[in-house]
Design a protein around this ligand. Structure first.
Ligand code: PMV
Length: 313
């Protein structure tokens, strides 16, 4: 029997990370050049309920029940049967491949969840709406990420640009004029859950200061939304820089990210900021398409371990 496959894109947050955890708006877009893919095959010779997982990118070859408790795949596969209205799965082989850099703020884990949910539900003859796929992926995020806002599962499951506020229906964003972004990886890694927890602890000690930052980020995000929807994208540059400064005040940047932001600006980017949880992962730089290749090379020379030029449209 041939494999059933499904994919899900990576994502970046353009504006509003961290503030979004506290109920403020954020803007995120899917990145279709990088995808996670899941392939599901029947395994007729294995016992009912056995799910063999093969994820070569992370060196994982294991039966589902042998995964450590708390592993995101174990969490997903334990909640999925109930969500799909069944007691247990038939015997399966699940292969997972992903081009999305891990823990870099591009939604790799969430994209893997979404691809698996889509592939498994299709394999079982169910066609789940994006809303349900997003909700299941959110359940997985909550169990290992602490207090996720829900932005990652929403932008990845719906695979469209979104204006997002926690616990509210998202708004699909119309990009009036396409614009170019370079995503540059610092190579440094810190788990988003760790950075979100640090911010939470610091805010508990100085609420006025931190809520002031979040309110300023919210204003930047609202301005960015109206610019994105009105075809004057060039004005996004200063807003990105302001957003990065607020994230520095929040304590979620680091020398590696600041170095890449400065390198992008020196090379002629209109604006640049860290994207995602921070303290590692990616920066994004908003650039003129004609300069993109030159700025991309300069970011590599400045230490970016991986770069990607993408058009937001
Ligand atoms: O998953 P990341 O690293 O792109 O970060 C998510 C953005 C945060 O606002 C920091 C956390 C959240 O759940 O919204």
């Amino acid at each position: 029997m041939p494999a059933i496959s499904a994919s899900a894109p990576g994502k970046i947050i353009l504006f509003g990370e961290h503030a979004v955890v506290y109920g403020h708006p954020a803007i995120a877009v899917p990145i279709n050049q990088v995808k996670a893919r899941a392939y599901v095959m029947a395994s007729p010779t294995s016992p009912q309920g056995q799910v063999q997982i093969d994820a070569p990118d992370i060196g994982l070859l294991s039966n589902y029940e042998d995964l450590p408790a708390g592993h995101p795949l174990a969490i997903l596969l334990s909640i999925l049967p109930k969500q799909l209205g069944m007691n247990t799965f038939p015997a399966l082989r699940l292969k997972i491949k992903s081009e999305i850099p891990i823990a870099a703020g591009m939604g790799s884990g969430t994209a893997v969840s979404v691809a698996i949910i889509r592939a498994l539900s299709t394999f079982l003859g169910l066609s789940l709406p994006d809303k349900q796929i997003s909700e299941i992926a959110y359940e997985v995020e909550k169990s290992y990420h602490g207090t996720p806002s829900g932005i990652d599962n929403t932008v990845i499951a719906y695979a469209q640009p979104i204006f997002f506020m926690r616990d509210q229906p998202f708004v699909g964003l119309k990009i009036a004029g396409p614009f170019s972004i370079i995503i540059a990886d610092s190579g440094k890694r810190t788990q988003t859950a760790e950075v979100v927890a640090q911010v939470r602890n610091k805010r508990a000690k100085n609420k006025t200061f931190f809520d002031g930052i979040f309110q300023r980020i919210a204003k930047i995000t609202l301005k960015a939304r109206s610019i994105i929807e009105s075809d004057t994208a060039v004005k996004l540059g200063p807003l990105m820089n302001n957003n990065h400064e607020e994230l520095q005040r929040l304590g979620v940047s680091c020398p590696e990210l600041d170095n890449l932001v400065n390198a992008a600006l020196d090379a002629g980017a209109f604006g640049a900021k860290l994207s995602g949880g921070g303290q590692g992962g990616n920066i994004i730089a908003f650039v003129n398409v004609d300069q993109a290749e030159d700025i991309r090379k300069k970011l590599s020379s400045a230490g970016a371990t991986n770069t990607l030029v993408t058009q937001i449209s």
